[in-house]
Design a protein around this ligand. Structure first.
Ligand SMILES: Nc1ncnc2c1ncn2[C@@H]1O[C@H](COP(=O)(O)OP(=O)(O)OP(=O)(O)O)[C@@H](O)[C@H]1O
Ligand SMILES: Nc1ncnc2c1ncn2[C@@H]1O[C@H](COP(=O)(O)OP(=O)(O)OP(=O)(O)O)[C@@H](O)[C@H]1O
Ligand SMILES: [Mg+2]
Ligand SMILES: [Mg+2]
Lengths: 256, 256
C-alpha cells in the first residue's frame, strides 16, 4: 500500500517541482516503486522529465474530470521504477469546471484508490495556490512534504499553510500528517539562509528534514534537458542531496 | 491620469512582489506619485513595506467585495510619494466568494476609476495564478510588467502567460499592452542566466527592459526589515537596479 505524499506550499518558486521530480527519481534509483502525479497546470514536473505538452493526449486533466483512470494516463519515464501521470494546460480550466461538482475535493483520492497497491510511494506536485487542485492533493494524501525556501518571505507563508492543513484535517482528511519541512536553496554564503534554517528548526524541530538541499545551479539546468539531476549530473551537490533525502524518507516510512 | 501596470506571471517566485515594491519605492523616490495595490492573499507586498496582517482592519478584500473604496483603505508608507492598498489573509476567500458575482472581472477596474487622477503610476502585485484576482488586475491595467526569472522553468511559462494576455485583450480589455519583460535574479556567475536572457531578447526584442535585476541578497533581506531595498541598503546592486528601472519606465511612459 503506497504512502501518498503531497508536495505543497502556496508560496511560489520554493522548490516544489524540483523536489517532487528529484525525490521521485532518487526513490526510483533505490528501487522503490514510485508514482509522480503532476497536478500543476504549469506542467513543470512533466517537462522536467522530458514530457512536453505536445507529446501527450491523455493527462491528469482527464482523470480529474472523470474520463480516464490513472492507470490509463500513467506513463513510463527514463527510470524503471518511476511512473509519471503528466499534466497539460487543459488543467487550467479544471478548477472552474469542477467548482460545483459533487464531491469535488475527493476526485483524486478516489482515482488513487484504484492503483494504490501498485506503488510504494506516490508523490503529488501541486500549484502555488490553495485552490481546488491543491485541496484534492491534501485530501488524497497521507502526509504533506513542505519545501521551505531559505528566504524571509517563504517563512512568512508557513502559518497560512499550516492553518490550511489543520482545516483539511478537521473537515476532509483526519489522518493528514506533516511528512516534514525540507530546507531548499540553502545558500552557505549568506546569513539569511542560516537564520531561516535556525527559525524553522526552533519552531518545527524534528519535522525539519536533516538533509537541507543547497542552492545548486545543476538543479535548475537539469529541467532544460528533460532529466532529473541524478541523470544530468550525478556528482552535483543537488543530485546527492536528493539521494540523501530519499534515504531519510524511506527510513521514516519504514520506522513509521 | 495614472498609468495602471499589473505585475504578473503565474510562475511562482519570479520576483513579482520584489519588483512591485522596489519599483514602486524607486518611482516614489523620483517624486512620481505612486499607488501600490497588493492583490495577493500572501500579502507579501504589504509586509515588505512593514504592514503586517495584525496592523490592518481594512484592506483590498473590502474593496473587492464592494464594502469600501480604495481611498478609504489606502495608507501612507515611509515614502512620501508611495501609497499602499494592503492585503490580508481575507483575500484567500475572495476568489470563491466572487466566482458568481455580476461583472466579477471588472471590480478592481471600477474601484481604480475613482482615484485614477490622484496618481501618476498604479502598480498591482498579483498572486502566482491566473485566477479571478489576477484577471481583475489584467482587466484594470493599461499594461503588464512581466518579471522573468533567469531560469529555464520560468521561460517555459511565458507562452501560457502571453496566451492569457491575448485572451483578456480580445474579450475584456482591448487596450491591454505588455509594458515589458524584466529579467530578474540575473546571476552573472552562471551560463543559464545568460542563455535565458539571450532567448528572451531574441523572442521579445524591445519588450525586454534594458535594465536586468541581478541576484542580490540585499533584495531578499530587505522584506524582513519591512523596507524597500533603497531604504535598507541604497548602495546595493539590487536597489540601484530598481532605481535605474524606474528611470527607464518613466522614459517609456513620457515618450508614449
Ligand atoms: N536547490 C536549488 N538550487 C538552485 N535552483 C533551484 C533549486 N531548487 C529549485 N531551483 C530552481 O528555482 C526555480 C523554482 O523552483 P521550482 O520551480 O521547483 O519551484 P516551485 O515551488 O515548484 O514553483 P511554482 O510555485 O511555480 O510551482 C526553478 O527555476 C528551479 O529550477
Ligand atoms: N533579484 C533578486 N535577488 C535575490 N533575491 C531575490 C531577487 N528577487 C526576489 N528575490 C527573492 O526571491 C524570492 C521570490 O521573490 P518574490 O517573492 O518577489 O517572487 P514572487 O513572484 O512575488 O513570488 P510569488 O509567486 O510567491 O508571489 C523572495 O524570497 C525574494 O526575496
Ligand atoms: Mg512547481
Ligand atoms: Mg509575490
Amino acid at each position: 500500500m503506497a504512502r501518498v505524499i503531497a508536495v505543497a506550499n502556496q508560496k511560489g518558486g520554493v522548490g516544489k517541482t524540483t523536489t517532487a521530480v528529484n525525490l521521485g527519481a532518487s526513490l526510483a534509483a533505490a528501487e522503490c516503486r514510485t508514482l509522480l502525479i503532476d497536478l500543476d497546470p504549469q506542467a513543470n514536473a512533466s517537462s522536467s522529465l522530458g514530457v512536453l505538452p505536445g507529446d501527450i493526449s491523455d493527462d491528469v486533466y482527464r482523470v480529474m474530470v472523470g474520463e480516464m483512470t490513472i492507470a490509463k494516463v500513467a506513463r513510463e519515464t527514463m527510470l524503471q521504477y518511476l511512473t509519471l501521470v503528466p499534466a497539460s494546460g487543459d488543467l487550467v480550466g479544471a478548477e472552474i469546471e469542477l467548482a460545483s461538482a459533487e464531491g469535488r475535493e475527493r476526485i483524486l483520492e478516489r482515482a488513487i484508490a484504484d492503483i494504490r497497491d501498485d506503488y510504494r510511494v506516490i508523490l503529488i506536485d501541486t500549484p502555488p495556490s490553495l485552490g481546488l487542485l491543491t485541496l484534492n492533493a491534501l485530501v488524497a494524501a497521507d502526509s504533506v512534504l513542505i519545501p521551505l525556501q531559505c528566504e524571509y518571505l517563504a517563512l512568512e507563508g508557513l502559518a497560512a499553510l499550516m492553518k490550511t492543513i489543520d482545516r483539511v484535517r478537521q473537515s476532509l482528511n483526519p489522518d493528514l500528517a506533516v511528512e516534514g519541512l525540507l530546507l531548499t536553496m540553502y545558500d552557505l554564503r549568506n546569513n539569511l539562509s542560516a537564520q531561516v534554517a535556525r527559525e524553522a528548526r526552533e519552531h518545527f524541530a524534528e519535522l525539519v528534514f536533516k538533509t537541507p538541499v543547497p542552492r545548486n545551479v545543476r538543479l535548475s539546468e537539469a529541467p532544460s534537458h528533460g532529466k532529473p539531476a541524478l541523470l544530468y549530473d550525478i556528482n552535483s551537490k543537488g543530485a546527492l542531496s536528493y539521494l540523501q533525502l530519499a534515504e531519510e524518507l524511506l527510513e521514516r516510512i519504514e520506522n513509521g
